[in-house]
Write a protein that binds this ligand. Structure first.
Ligand SMILES: O=C[C@H](O)[C@H](O)COP(=O)(O)O
Ligand SMILES: C=C(OP(=O)(O)O)C(=O)O
Ligand SMILES: [Mn+2]
Length: 454
């Protein structure tokens, strides 16, 4: 193998390479002014925190931990309120608690939060009747309102993205480090969910077992406040490379570059080409990174991505988030996992059961069925079980609120209910009940086969 300096490039090497899905900013000078300001702003996250997440994801890649990653498809500036952020984090922590019990391994907690403001789209424009306008690309770029003014990309929104991320992260840190969301409290929230849920009876057994485990720990002298300090990490799709580069800083201790806009950054299904700008940018920063792999991904592409993004084969550096669709996961996932495993690489395999299962409901709203989502998770576990590899975690679009965007689940939402509270700016999210249903159902799947680890 040829010698490779560890980080041979600087964050600007992506420039000049094909960069898909970049906003058509109308005023380049205005953009440059914003980027110069952002380049002088304090980091949102710290290199040491990114290293810590990489270490924890390393345990996932080795089969010794599980990851729950989730949050909005598209965060919005209007969504930066204390209640919404709290409820989202609360939902993720509740899911993680159930899965910690079910897997008997540590669960790494990662939000799609504090930076998930830009969206890759299938079409550059949206048509309503006779009017065609630029498509909404996330609050980082333009407004959702269907007017020419709102849809014009405005670079000042990148500044607001930074501010919204900072405000969100400040609250997330307070919730997770301030004792508010300790394990005992999270367990109490789960008990409340089980007693209020129509499907509650089914989950009572599991909740009761967790309750007895907690009582056992207390009896052994473990103080409840020992679990008050929660490690919670942020992640988003690193889509707008101007922004990500402006938020990249060299760590004075290690000399490595870190994208300090979030702990983990991922590359989406639409921007993962090997010779493209997104993969190049990710290769130059030391954060843990992930790549989405959809139905067209080949095993050779996965191997090339490993070579480019994880040349040192460091467990935790690279995760693959697969999103194949419930009816295809059993056919499409095995060749990828087999070849990657045979190559000796250790990546964390994470299941996104959302993006391969979207359909348009008769009224025209994009939705997803709870049963399809659960079926893809089941398929993902079955594939890994059959291959003797580790199903490392789940990646979910969710909110802590009672929205009606996905159909099914314990407190069934059906297609006619979608209009009642459909608030997503992009893809349909599981609501709080559906997200917790998914955690309990996944926990049962894992328990049925003994345990999640290995
Ligand atoms: O979140 C993922 C994509 O941005 C989203 O699914 C694209 O949606 P579209 O097909 O409506 O553009
Ligand atoms: C854009 C997304 O997914 P994908 O890249 O897998 O389509 C997303 O996670 O919102
Ligand atoms: Mn999405």
């Amino acid at each position: 193998m040829t010698h490779r300096p560890e980080f041979p490039t600087s964050p600007a090497t992506w420039r000049g390479l094909p960069a898909a899905q970049q906003p058509p900013w109308p005023d380049q000078q205005a953009l440059n002014r914003v980027l110069a300001d952002l380049a002088g702003c304090p980091p949102l996250v710290f290199a040491g925190e990114c290293d810590r997440l990489r270490t924890q994801l390393g345990a996932v890649a080795r089969g010794e931990a599980f990851v729950v990653q989730g949050g909005d498809c598209a965060e919005t500036f209007a969504g930066v309120t204390a209640d919404r952020i709290r409820d989202k984090v609360k939902t993720l922590l509740q899911m993680a608690a159930v899965l910690t019990y079910a897997t008997s391994v540590p669960v790494v907690k990662v939000g799609r939060i504090a930076g998930q403001y830009s969206k890759p789209r299938s079409s550059p424009t949206e048509r309503r009747g006779d009017v065609e306008l630029p498509v909404y690309r996330g609050d980082a770029v333009n407004g959702l309102e269907f007017t020419a003014e709102a849809r014009t990309p405005d670079p000042d929104r990148l500044r607001r993205m930074y501010q919204a991320s900072a405000a969100t992260l400040n609250l997330v840190r307070a919730f997770t480090k301030g004792g508010y969301a300790g394990l005992q409290q999270v367990h109490t929230w789960n008990q409340d969910f089980v007693s209020a849920s129509p499907a509650g009876e089914r989950y009572e057994r599991l909740a009761g077992e967790i309750d007895r485990a907690m009582a056992f720990l207390r009896a052994c002298g473990v103080r409840p406040d020992e679990f008050d300090d929660v490690d919670f990490f942020t992640s988003h799709e690193a889509l707008i490379l101007d922004y990500e580069e402006a938020l990249t800083r060299r760590d004075s201790l290690s000399g490595h570059d870190y994208d300090v806009s979030g702990h983990l950054i991922w590359i989406g299904e639409r921007t993962r080409r090997l010779d493209g700008a997104h993969v190049e940018f990710a290769s130059t920063v030391r954060n843990p990174v992930a790549v989405k792999l959809g139905p067209t991904a080949t095993a050779d592409e996965a191997l090339d991505l490993i070579e480019k993004l994880d040349p040192h084969r460091e467990p935790g550096r690279l995760s693959f988030i697969t999103r194949m669709g419930a009816d295809r996961v059993r056919d499409l996932l095995p060749p990828l996992v087999e070849k990657v495993t045979a190559s000796g690489a250790r990546v964390a395999w994470i299941c996104d059961p959302m993006h391969g299962n979207t359909f348009t409901a008769p009224g025209g709203l994009k939705t997803r069925g709870f049963d399809d989502i659960l079926a893809e998770v089941r398929g993902f576990f079955d594939v890994h079980h059959a291959l003797g590899t580790h199903p490392g975690g789940i990646h979910i679009e969710l909110t802590g609120e009672d929205v009606t965007e996905c159909v099914g689940g314990g407190a069934a939402v059906d297609v006619d209910d979608l209009v009642h509270r459909y608030e997503s700016a992009c893809d349909p999210r599981l609501n709080r009940h559906q997200a917790l249903d998914l955690a309990f159902e996944t926990a049962e799947l894992l328990r049925d086969r003994g345990n999640g680890a290995g």
